[in-house]
Design a protein around this ligand. Structure first.
Ligand code: NAD
Length: 258
């Protein structure tokens, strides 16, 4: 089993959903955790603390490079350096391209793609100095294939996989790896909103909307869970994954196998 005792993990967007699931898995393995996000911060803090991990929180808005720099400085001040960087924070907006709000486009690109560039560029020097590091970018099946009405999200997630591959190559001769995880549907606040919108638009129940959502794309017709994604992220931090470099690893109930 991977031990992360003495290591520090920064998980962006970890006050709910997938980020919180990953933070829990890394905390179970002994890592110090820096949380970030706009969700219920105390609840997330308690979930990590009850696993015996040291935990801190910083509320940076990752659409802004200055706030990202403040978050990275804070993490280094609290624990020395970031050994494990999980770029997870993300948002979604669903609309046809011709009516897609340009402000939403900018926000999605800033958070889902550019934020990862900034955290990586700021984290790598200390990883190089310490001779070890793990970077895991939470992309999506939408980094591998597209869906309608999600132009910004699909563009950002494809970009995030490109960023992952480039960084992995630059670091290929070091003990620092960079990989992406590509989840299918996971029942988190981000997806709950899409289910609610679909139910309202079609005048159907939440349950019907949820079934429809899964049937369209996810052959298993079951949601992937944050805990399962936490285990995959934990694997990628371990020594067995030392030569997994530049991968875009889907966990998607069969979505992209179709
Ligand atoms: P979520 O809404 O539960 O989590 C998103 C997190 O990002 C929250 O902590 C939120 O507060 C934080 N956040 C939002 N805006 C922020 C900002 N400006 N600055 C800092 N933090 C901010 O959603 P989730 O489904 O757990 O999403 C996590 C990641 O997983 C996202 O990158 C998402 O694109 C990706 N993903 C989700 C699914 C899914 O089905 N839920 C599938 C594939 C990929």
């Amino acid at each position: 089993m991977t031990s992360l005792v003495g290591k520090t993990a920064l998980v962006t967007g970890s006050t709910s959903g997938i980020g919180l699931g990953i933070a829990c898995a890394l905390a179970e393995a002994g890592a110090n955790i820096v949380l970030n996000g706009f969700g219920p911060e105390q609840e997330a803090h308690d979930k990590i603390a009850e696993r015996g991990a040291q935990v801190r929180y910083h509320g940076a808005d990752l659409r802004h490079p200055g706030e990202i720099a403040a978050l990275m400085t804070y993490a280094a001040q609290q624990f020395g350096a970031v050994d494990i960087l999980i770029n997870n924070a993300g948002i979604q907006h669903v609309a046809p391209v011709e009516t897609f709000d340009p402000g939403k486009w900018d926000d999605i690109l800033a958070l889902n793609l550019s934020a990862a560039f900034h955290t990586i560029r700021l984290a790598v020097p200390a990883m190089r100095e310490r001779g070890w590091g793990r970077i895991v970018n939470i992309a999506s099946v939408h980094g591998l294939v597209a869906s309608v009405n999600k132009t910004a999200y699909v563009a950002a997630k494809h970009g995030l996989i490109g960023l992952t591959k480039s960084v992995a190559l630059e670091l290929a001769q070091t003990n620092i790896t960079c990989n992406a995880i590509c989840p299918g549907w996971v029942l988190t606040p981000l997806v709950a909103k899409q289910i609610a919108d679909r139910a309202a638009a079609q005048g159907i129940s939440q349950e019907q909307a949820q079934t429809q959502l899964l049937q369209e794309k996810q052959p298993s017709q079951r949601f992937v869970t944050p805990a399962q994604l936490g285990e995959l992220a934990l694997f990628l931090t371990g020594e067995a994954a030392a030569e997994v470099r530049g991968a875009a690893w889907n966990m998607d109930g069969g979505w992209v196998a179709q």
